[in-house]
Design a protein around this ligand. Sequence first.
Ligand SMILES: [Zn+2]
Length: 68
Amino acid sequence: MGRISKGANCSVSGCDKLAVRSISQDKAQSASLDVGVTRRAYICLDHYKELKKKLKNKRKIDKWRWSA
Ligand SMILES: [Zn+2]
């Protein structure tokens, strides 16, 4: 699970680090990562951390909005 082929690079524009995770384009977009037009996006550890942080913040805002 979550395995990616060896040697894949990060799909985020301007980043050519080694990818550690593959995510759906939807997920990438919801974290405003520029991965271009692709079904699966590959992201490096740095961008994965960024993604997690952004999605967490987003969830927090949504939660706050819904409970208000
Ligand atoms: Zn990256």
